[in-house]
Design a binder for this molecule. Structure first.
Ligand code: NAP
Length: 251
């Protein structure tokens, strides 16, 4: 029987792959056989070394996703140098914290532009290529704040709720074109993004008390979900938002 999780011959692009969740997903896809374009504003040298150590090609693509100016060139460079683009993982994201009464337009625009606007236009650029190629997989990194309100993170909640909505819209438009669009909603994962929460003793305790698994997630905990959604195992899965949260949403 052929292995539905085998990604040999496939090319993936992962945004924000120098650290955290993006790095872990890039490595999982490489270990499953994919060559990987590592897209971001910080060169993912360490990730590239690990992808190459797994026997796959790695391409570092310099791109600032706080604007859409680099979006078309990300797809062009990936296809030009790695030959195709089968899997896009929209992982790059930022968060800003402030009371809603004090929240600034700068903190609104920075987060929404990076987490939502660039995600849409990079997906559009990738999908134009995937349609010509005959199909592909797009995986958006959502959040528990795609479902819940959160507190003091107005632009983050707006952006991640938007990511959930867009995942479903794009799935509706592109499923018949052979493109699967799905999302992963990570729970509380130990990365730079959550360093402030981990360091806050009281918040850390409250968070752990609500997680049935009883621990923070590790970036590598996201690998299996990403591989599933990147592989032919998920060919009939469209518009799904898969929580990987130690059970948080079940509580
Ligand atoms: P992280 O360690 O802070 O990684 C974020 C990545 O996004 C980094 O590679 C970062 O690059 C990149 N990035 C940020 N702004 C960028 C820009 N303008 N252009 C290009 N790349 C940019 O955090 P993480 O936790 O792994 O986050 C990855 C994704 O998971 C984000 O979308 C986040 O919202 C989501 N998420 C995380 C959690 C969690 O608990 N950690 C939970 C739910 C969702 P630099 O290193 O150059 O900044």
């Amino acid at each position: 029987m052929t292995n539905p999780f085998d990604l040999r011959g496939k090319v993936a692009a992962v945004t924000g792959a120098n650290t955290g969740i993006g790095q872990a997903i890039a490595l999982t896809l490489a270990e499953a056989g994919a060559d990987v374009a590592l897209v971001g504003r910080t060169a993912a040298e360490d990730t590239a070394g690990q992808v190459r150590a797994a026997g796959r090609r790695a391409l570092i693509v310099d791109a600032d996703l706080s604007t859409t100016v680099d979006v078309a060139s990300i797809v062009e460079r990936t296809v030009g140098e790695l030959g195709r683009l089968d899997i896009l993982v929209n992982n790059a994201g930022i968060i800003r914290r402030n009371d809603a009464l004090e929240f600034t337009e700068e903190d609104w625009d920075a987060v929404v532009d990076t987490n939502l606007k660039s995600l849409f236009f990079l997906s559009q650029a990738a999908a134009r290529h995937m349609v010509e190629q005959g199909g592909g997989k797009i995986i958006n990194i959502a959040s528990l704040l795609s479902f819940q309100g959160g507190i003091r993170v107005a632009s983050y909640t707006a952006s991640k709720s938007g990511v959930a909505g867009l995942t479903k819209l794009l799935a509706n438009e592109w499923a018949a074109k052979g493109i699967n669009v799905n999302a992963i909603a990570p729970g509380y994962i130990a990365t730079n993004n959550t360093a402030a929460l981990q360091a806050d003793e009281a918040r850390n305790r409250q968070i752990l008390e609500r997680i049935p698994a009883g621990r923070w997630g590790e970036p590598s905990d996201l690998g299996g979900a990403a591989l599933f959604l990147a592989s032919s195992a998920s060919d009939y899965v469209h518009g799904h938002i898969l929580t990987v949260d130690g059970g948080w949403m079940a509580r």
